[in-house]
Write a protein that binds this ligand. Structure first.
Ligand code: NAP
Length: 247
């Protein structure tokens, strides 16, 4: 998978899956735009690792909930690199509790970051991809968006929404050589899953046919494939990276 000469944007690249996706794209030759909301030190680490790989990098502190900040980031990216080939909508949060206890703010915040954030960044980047008649958009969904998960009504709804959004935009922009796909990770070993109590994590692992949590690299490899020219005829698709937990 050769991404030499490509320019990729990854949101939420300060840690976890986003950081690994950014490094994976850079290893394959892409120059990178990486962003985060608050964790500027984490983003600096990601950026310096990308530079060590010999790639150019632009780091942006921004909130995906703001369409203006998404617009500004894409403009900065285009002014710096002249184009944007690949967009990975990775930034995401959880705020778990059962429905009976879920506050309106918990619902709103998760939908705002995960679903509206994906809309905002895609809305901001599509004009450049439309003009250049080339684009690869990859949205990070979740197994919970396909199968649901107790305690995650807000998160599951946001991630299911991302799948519907992906399929709609794939149909809208297929004629412009823009592919739009989703990657739906299962339970992946990151800070997000480290926060789950040990006993619960063991019970989850027992349900996975592969009998292990996934790694950020498992997810990043699928993203790199979808970003590459090898996947040029795949659009509106969801790749499930979940060790067989749900297909
Ligand atoms: P993580 O370690 O919690 O990292 C989340 C990233 O998103 C951070 O860089 C964070 O930035 C950024 N972010 C959060 N809110 C933001 C906002 N409003 N604007 C911009 N950036 C924001 O999460 P992860 O486990 O790597 O997950 C990455 C993606 O994979 C998420 O979409 C998640 O839903 C999805 N996913 C994860 C798993 C899993 O098992 N871990 C499974 C399925 C899907 P700051 O650090 O600056 O806050």
């Amino acid at each position: 998978m050769n991404l030499n000469g490509k320019v990729a944007v990854v949101t939420g690249a300060s840690r976890g899956i986003g950081r690994t996706i950014a490094l994976c794209l850079a290893e394959r030759g892409a120059d990178m735009v990486v962003s985060t909301d608050k964790n500027v030190d984490g983003l600096k680490n990601t950026a310096s690792e990308i530079e060590n790989l010999g790639r150019k990098v632009l780091s942006v502190k921004m909130d995906v909930c703001s369409l203006k900040q998404c617009d500004d980031m894409m403009k900065q990216a285009r002014d710096t690199f002249g184009k944007i080939d690949i967009m990975v909508n990775n930034a995401g949060i959880t705020s778990d509790t059962v429905l009976l206890r879920m506050k309106e703010e918990q619902w709103d915040k998760v939908i705002e970051v995960n679903l509206k954030g994906t809309f905002n960044c895609t809305r901001a980047v599509i004009r450049y991809m439309f003009k250049q008649k080339y684009g690869r958009i990859i949205n990070i969904s979740s197994v919970t968006g396909a199968m649901g998960n107790p305690g995650q009504a807000n998160y599951s709804a946001s991630k299911a929404g991302i799948i519907g959004f992906t399929k709609a935009i794939a149909r809208e922009y297929g004629h412009c050589n823009i592919t739009v796909n989703a990657v739906a990770p299962g339970f992946i070993k990151t800070a997000m899953t480290d926060a789950i109590p040990e006993k619960e994590r063991e019970a989850m692992t027992a349900q996975i046919p592969a009998r292990r949590l996934g790694t950020p690299e498992d997810v990043a490899n699928s993203v790199c494939f979808l970003a590459s020219d090898l996947a040029g005829y795949i659009t509106g698709h969801v790749i499930h990276v979940n060790g067989g937990l749900y297909t």
